[in-house]
Design a protein around this ligand. Structure first.
Ligand code: ATP
Ligand code: MG
Length: 436
C-alpha cells in the first residue's frame, strides 16, 4: 500500500524543544519527530509517523518468516491463569506479570509471552507426526510490568513483539528448525539495514539448552556482549549458522575470562541492544502441559519445541540509535516512513507552489511515498523538520525551480546536494521503485 501525505493535513506533533526527561537519542528523536506519545510510564500511543515505521518493520518480519514457511496467527492478549498453573510458571513469573480477575473471580493475566497459550492451541489442533514440523508466529502486543521502564520504546511495559513457536517430532529436526530461524533472523535484520550479532545466551526463565540473543552494537545498549572481532568483517555471504556459531560471541552472563576460547587481542566487548532472542527448550511445555502427537509407530510422542522473539517496537528505537546525527533521524530506505520529503520553499509564491504540487502529483502517481511540506512555514523551519523526520531524500522546490527548472535534491545520510531537472528526478526515483 502506497502512502503519501500533505504536511498541512498530517497529524505530526513535532516538538521544538528537546524533551528533558529523555536520556537517549532515539527516545528524544521519537518524541521530537511526533512518532509516539507517552500515556503513562512505559505505555505509549503510536502516532502516524511512528506507526508507519512500526508497520514497515512488521512487514519485513512477516515477509521473512513467511519465506521459510512460518504461519502467522494472532493469539489473545488476555490469558487464563490456569494454563500457567499447568506449566508450573504461574508462581515463578513474578511481578512482571500483570495479573487480574474477571467478573467471575477467575484469575487472568495480560500475556508477557505465549508458550502456554500456543501449547494449549497446538494440543488442540496438532494430532499427528504428519503435521510436523510446524512454526506458528504472531506479531502482537505484550505487557511486562518492568521494574524500571526507560529509554522510551526500548524498555516499555506494553510493547510489540514477534513471537514464534516451533514444533518438531524429534531433537534432530528441532535443531534444524532452530538453525533455519537463526539464519532467517540474520536476513530479516539485514533487510532493515542492521548487522546483528547472535550471542550465546542463558535460557533463563523459559528453560532449555540452546539459545541466542541477536544484538546490535550501540553505546546506549543495556547489555554487555563479548565477541570475536571477526564478526565485524565477515561478509554477508558467510553469515550462516555454522560459520557464526563457531565464532565466539556471548552475552555477559555466559562469558568468563578463563574459559573464553578467543585470544584477548581478538576479543571485543561492547554495549548491545537485544533485538531478538531464540530458544530451543525441547519437551519442557509439551511434557508439563501434556501435549502429544501420534508418532509413526502409532505411539504418542511429546513434540520438541522452541520459541523465537523479535522486539518489533524496540527495533524502532534501535534503528534510530544506529542511524541518526545531531539534526535528526536518518532512516534506512527499507523502513523509512516516507521515501522523500518534498519541500515547497516559497509557499507564498504561486509559481513555486504550482511546480511543487505538480511534482507531488507525479511522484505519488508513480508509487513513491512522499511527505509534502505544503505549509506556510519559512524554509529554514521546513528544512529542520525534514531533517528530524529523516526521509532518505529531500527535494527542495525554490527559486531555482521557477527560474531554471532545477530542483535541489539532498541525500539525508551523506548530505550531498545536487540540482536536477524534473525528468531527472522522475528517472531517478521511478527507476528505483521498479528495481525494488
Ligand atoms: P530483555 O533482556 O531486554 O528484558 P528478554 O530476554 O526479557 O529481553 P524476550 O522475552 O526474549 O526478552 O523477548 C523477545 C524480545 O522482545 C527481546 O529480544 C526484546 O527485543 C523485546 N523486548 C523484551 N522486553 C521488552 C520491553 N520491556 N520493551 C520492549 N521490547 C522488549
Ligand atoms: Mg526481560
Amino acid at each position: 500500500m502506497i502512502f503519501y501525505m500533505r504536511l498541512s493535513r498530517y497529524f505530526l506533533p513535532i516538538l521544538k524543544e528537546t524533551p528533558h526527561d529523555a536520556q537517549i537519542a532515539s527516545h528524544r528523536l521519537m518524541l521530537r519527530a511526533g512518532m509516539i506519545h507517552q500515556t503513562t510510564s512505559g505505555i505509549y500511543s503510536w502516532l502516524p509517523l511512528g506507526l508507519k515505521v512500526l508497520k514497515n518493520i512488521e512487514n519485513i518480519i512477516e515477509d521473512g518468516q513467511n519465506s521459510i514457511g512460518c504461519n502467522r496467527i494472532t493469539m489473545p492478549t488476555i490469558q487464563p491463569a490456569h494454563l500457567w498453573q499447568e506449566s508450573g510458571r504461574y508462581d515463578d513469573y513474578g511481578k512482571e506479570m500483570l495479573r487480574m480477575k474477571d467478573r467471575h473471580d477467575r484469575d487472568m493475566l495480560y500475556g508477557p509471552t505465549h508458550e502456554e497459550v500456543i501449547t494449549d492451541l497446538a494440543r488442540g489442533c496438532i494430532k499427528s507426526y504428519k503435521h510436523l514440523p510446524q512454526i506458528l508466529y504472531q506479531i502482537h502486543w505484550k505487557f511486562r510490568d518492568e521494574i524500571r521502564p526507560r529509554f522510551g520504546v526500548m524498555r516499555a511495559r506494553e510493547f510489540y513483539m514477534k513471537d514464534g513457536y516451533s514444533f518438531d517430532i524429534d531433537a534432530k529436526s528441532a535443531r534444524e528448525t532452530y538453525k533455519k530461524i537463526y539464519e532467517n533472523y540474520l536476513t530479516i535484520f539485514k533487510n532493515m539495514g542492521l548487522k546483528a550479532i547472535p550471542v550465546k545466551a542463558d535460557t533463563g526463565a523459559i528453560g532449555g539448552d540452546l539459545s541466542h540473543e541477536f544484538q546490535i552494537v550501540a553505546p546506549t545498549g543495556e547489555s554487555t556482549i563479548y565477541y570475536d572481532e571477526a564478526f565485524d568483517t565477515i561478509s554477508d555471504a558467510n553469515r550462516n549458522f555454522d560459520t557464526l556459531n563457531n565464532l565466539y560471541a556471548a552475552a555477559d552472563e555466559m562469558h568468563s575470562e578463563e574459559n573464553c576460547p578467543t585470544p584477548k587481542d581478538k576479543l571485543k566487548s561492547a554495549r548491545g541492544i537485544e533485538i531478538g532472542h531464540i530458544f530451543y527448550f525441547g519437551k519442557k511445555y509439551s511434557q508439563s502441559m501434556n501435549f502429544t502427537v501420534i508418532g509413526q509407530d502409532g505411539k504418542p510422542i511429546h513434540p520438541e519445541m522452541g520459541s523465537y522473539g523479535i522486539g518489533v517496537s524496540r527495533l524502532v528505537g534501535a534503528i534510530i540509535e544506529a542511524n541518526h546525527d545531531d539534526n535528526g533521524i536518518i532512516w534506512p530506505e527499507s523502513v523509512a516512513p516516507f521515501h522523500i520529503s518534498l519541500i515547497n520553499a516559497k509557499p507564498s509564491d504561486e509559481a513555486t507552489t504550482k511546480l511543487s504540487d505538480d511534482l507531488y502529483a507525479k511522484l505519488t502517481h508513480s508509487g513513491i511515498e512522499v511527505l509534502y511540506d505544503d505549509t506556510a512555514s519559512r524554509a529554514g523551519a521546513k528544512f529542520a523538520t525534514a531533517d528530524i523526520i529523516g526521509s532518505p531524500y529531500h527535494i527542495i522546490v525554490g527559486r531555482d525551480a521557477t527560474e531554471n527548472g532545477l530542483y535541489e535534491l539532498k541525500d539525508r545520510r551523506t548530505k550531498d546536494r545536487t540540482s536536477l531537472t524534473f525528468s531527472q528526478i522522475m528517472e531517478k526515483f521511478t527507476a528505483k521503485t521498479v528495481a525494488k
